[in-house]
Design a protein around this ligand. Structure first.
Ligand SMILES: *[C@@H]1O[C@H](CO)[C@@H](O)[C@H](O)[C@H]1NC(C)=O
Ligand SMILES: *[C@@H]1O[C@H](CO)[C@@H](O)[C@H](O)[C@H]1NC(C)=O
Length: 432
């Protein structure tokens, strides 16, 4: 007969609908909040939809807006695929097509290793904003020639191929500081692992007590004993969880210390956080290499792999704890002026016109850009403390490769930087 339901059946149907809804909400809440990621396990990159805001990568408020007519070009001296794999994630994120400040990236090939060169060619094919700069002469001469390929009128961001982290606002900050301050010939980012700034960071309280994990020499298998030959051919970084909270605290004798001159304990090792309290925090730092760091271009901060390692582990802690402001001066403070002590140029902004009109360089580019030319022109070299970036290692710090740090930076990049939306354009475009 007719389609009408009797009142009691209708009531039961509503009860069923209500019950199902409540159950779904409970199940949803359980899966959203009930399961923290298991520690010690590498999580896959987050889906794009969850990457809109990166909690660990916020600069101070008020990121500058890019002037309409300004052309910004990245300049990378390319050598090593395992580093550029990380750097490239940050560069892509900062391309103008993704809402960033980089209109183009020019790659200067600085290696003949086939695997690396193939990777570079693939990178350039994949990005319309990337260009190859071929210099016939490599080494010292090649570096000098590369500077003559600059395009008049553009602001250049010169980046080393082993910059393994940059804050989302780092490029915007150094470029806008350069444009706003013609009295600075070079504006550098505030680099983690920099011979001058490392000393500043330590004395500002941004570097924490870390020591290499104590390993019984009998537990070091022969394959992992420190081996100079092997270090020349490092294998690709193995992805390792970047959060310091996923590792235990350091344990060992109370009188143990590690000097900035010591050798790595094994081919693969990690540094662990010393536990501190109000009574021992000063003493704990004194046991670690950073306490001897010098403010000097050629001092131990550029030579010691241990000082580098401690700064990296401390940085990853600060990144996790959302306290990158430990490295920054107050918003109103001026830049840190380094003239005329030679400053490393791992991440700097320069005006092409100023460089081109003074070529050729009569010495190595770093000396010329941060000492000779600024002196000659009566200008300063400045570090913008609000623009943060990380430089992996200098030539003399090669032993940093015996740590698991590159794998940690890779993990952070895969989780937070690669294929993520650009700094301001949350729609992005290259991942759709
Ligand atoms: C270039 O793009 C292809 C296709 O998307 C991808 O498989 C490859 O990994 C990319 N290569 C590099 C070096 O980014
Ligand atoms: C670069 O330097 C030239 C020469 O001093 C100057 O005219 C120009 O305005 C500068 N460009 C920018 C973007 O600051």
């Amino acid at each position: 007969m007719g389609g009408l339901l009797d009142p009691t059946r209708l009531q039961r149907r509503w009860q069923l609908v209500l019950l199902t809804s409540i159950m779904s909400i409970i199940v949803f809440l359980f899966f959203s909040f009930g399961r923290p990621p298991p520690s010690g396990e590498v999580t896959d990159p987050l889906p794009i939809s969850q990457l809109g805001v990166s909690l660990h990568n916020q600069g101070i408020s008020g990121t500058p807006i890019k002037p309409k007519d300004l052309k910004v070009i990245g300049l990378v001296f390319f050598g090593r695929k395992d580093r550029v794999r990380i750097l490239n994630c940050y560069l892509e994120r900062n391309l103008a097509s993704n809402g960033g400040w980089l209109d183009e990236v020019h790659w200067v090939r600085n290696t003949d290793t086939k695997e690396d060169v193939d990777y570079l060619h693939e990178l350039i094919e994949n990005h319309s904003a990337y260009k190859l700069v071929e210099i016939k002469e490599h080494g010292f001469v090649g570096y000098g020639l590369a500077w003559s390929t600059l395009e008049e009128g553009a602001i250049y961001l010169k980046v080393d191929d082993d910059v393994v982290f940059m804050a989302d606002d780092a490029i915007a900050r150094i470029v806008s500081t350069k444009v706003a301050h013609p009295e600075y010939l070079v504006v550098s980012a505030n680099m983690i692992n920099s011979p001058l700034m490392g000393w500043v960071h330590y004395h500002m309280g941004a570097t924490h007590p870390y020591l290499p994990e104590l390993i019984d020499p009998e537990d070091v298998s022969p394959g992992l004993a420190p081996d100079r030959e092997k270090l020349k051919h490092p294998d690709t970084a193995k992805r390792t969880p970047w959060r310091y909270t996923q590792y235990p605290h350091w344990t060992g004798p109370d009188d143990y210390f590690f000097s900035f001159e010591q050798e790595p304990p094994s081919m693969r090792h990690r540094w662990l956080r010393l536990s501190t309290n109000i009574d021992n925090q000063v003493q704990q730092l004194k046991r670690t290499p950073i306490s001897d760091a010098e403010y000097s271009t050629w001092g131990n901060s550029v030579q010691s792999w241990a000082i580098a390692a401690q700064q990296h582990y401390s940085f990853l802690e600060n990144l996790y704890e959302d306290q990158l402001d430990l490295y920054q001066f107050s918003p109103k403070a001026k830049a840190w002026i380094s003239d005329y002590q030679r400053l490393s140029i791992n991440f700097i902004a320069i005006n092409a016109t100023e460089i081109l009109s003074h070529l050729p360089m009569d010495t190595v580019d770093e000396e010329w850009l941060t000492v000779s030319l600024p002196k000659k022109m009566g200008k300063s070299v400045a570090v913008d403390s609000h623009a943060l970036a990380v430089h992996f290692s200098f030539g003399g710090q090669g032993d940093v490769r015996t740590t698991d740090l590159l794998g940690r930076y890779l993990d952070y990049a895969l989780e937070n930087a690669c294929m993520a939306p650009g700094p301001r354009d949350t729609r992005g475009s290259y991942y759709v």
